[in-house]
Design a binder for this molecule. Structure first.
Ligand code: UDP
Ligand code: MG
Length: 315
């Protein structure tokens, strides 16, 4: 069987050499143990502005095990990974996706392969704990997983994009037409036989995180709006609640008018105008998020363009 390890890279020149050494060691170990006939690395350069693509070129010149795709511009982690998965889908029996920064334990890969050989189609790498993440990252991530699960989106708790997928699962995945990708939700919804491998997450080997707060929030919003319409339903419910409250308010207003003490109502009026105004704006904003998504999806724009390739074209 043929295995691909897919690594999206954005300005990762600081880690790439070490990543290649460690992943190649895993590939060789798998080949020697006769678990796989061939193992390859596929780097997807997501429009880096540093020497990442040069490094990938050097690695693939040195070893036929390494391949590279250079995207025409930075399209973001999810789409870059998609580019790799789509490329590999027709060329391998199974593919493992992993970040370039060695935060995920490469020793989990052989375990994933074992489970694949045992018949699993999707094997999730699941973090046991997040001892090295900052307090903020750990808690914001946990809050997000909880919220998404409450809203009906199915994701594997503490699983990022470190997973193995069989060609069968890959073929199913690339049939999804949507442009805003939330891969861990999409993969979860595929079905097939899904299993888990647990590992400890370590610190970034070198370089800095390519996910600033702004990207994290937009990723979280994408996750929620791609997998749940419950926020919209929540708006309807809160609207109904306000109508109920306003019936009470109208009755109270009429009663005050009849009793001749209408003027003192000014404070409550002022407060409720602000409050209802805020609620309406929030509700419109949520609807706007979904409408914006429709606008973006109907254009069916290509997710990425490949500018260059290195390594054998048809390994
Ligand atoms: N990445 C990418 N395109 C981007 C941002 C990130 O391909 O626009 C890659 C990055 O090189 C890394 C992976 O996505 O391999 C995860 O990024 P990072 O480790 O910075 O995220 P964190 O672990 O901090 O969430
Ligand atoms: Mg990382």
């Amino acid at each position: 069987m043929k295995l691909f390890i897919i690594v999206p890279c954005y300005n990762e020149e600081a880690v790439l050499a070490e990543t290649t050494v460690r992943l190649q060691a895993v590939c060789r170990q798998l080949e020697e143990a006769k678990k796989v006939a061939e193992a390859h690395l596929l780097y997807v350069d997501d429009g880096s502005s540093d020497g990442t693509w040069n490094l990938i070129g050097q690695c693939s010149a040195r070893s036929s095990m390494v391949h590279g795709l250079k995207l025409a511009r930075n399209v973001g982690h999810q789409k870059a990974l998609w580019a790799g998965l789509e490329w590999a889908a027709t060329r391998c029996d199974a593919a493992v996706s992993i970040d370039a920064d060695l935060q995920d334990d490469v020793a989990a890969i052989p375990v994933m392969v074992d489970k694949f050989l045992g018949g699993a189609d999707i094997v999730y790498g699941v973090r046991r704990d997040r001892p090295t993440d900052t307090f903020f990252k750990k808690h914001s991530a946990q809050l997000f997983y909880r919220l998404l699960q409450r809203l009906g989106g199915d994701v594997v708790y503490n699983h990022a994009d470190f997973r193995l997928m069989s060609w069968r699962a890959l073929e199913a995945l690339v049939r999804f037409p949507e442009r805003s990708l939330f891969l861990r939700g999409l993969v979860r919804s595929l079905g097939f036989r899904q299993e888990y491998v647990y590992y400890d997450r370590s610190e970034r080997f070198a370089g800095t995180s390519k996910y600033p707060l702004r990207k994290m929030i937009s990723f979280a919003l994408d996750g929620i709006t791609s997998f749940s319409v419950r926020p919209l339903r929540f708006i309807v419910l809160s609207g109904l609640l306000f109508i109920l409250i306003s019936v009470g308010a109208i009755l109270y207003g009429l009663w005050s008018y009849v009793c001749g003490k209408a003027l003192p109502g000014w404070t409550s009026l002022l407060v409720s105008v602000w409050f209802i105004g805020g609620s309406i704006l929030t509700a419109m904003g949520i609807i706007g998020e979904y409408v914006g998504k429709i606008y973006y999806e109907v254009k069916r724009r290509p997710r990425y363009f490949i500018e260059e390739e290195t390594g054998e074209n048809d390994p």
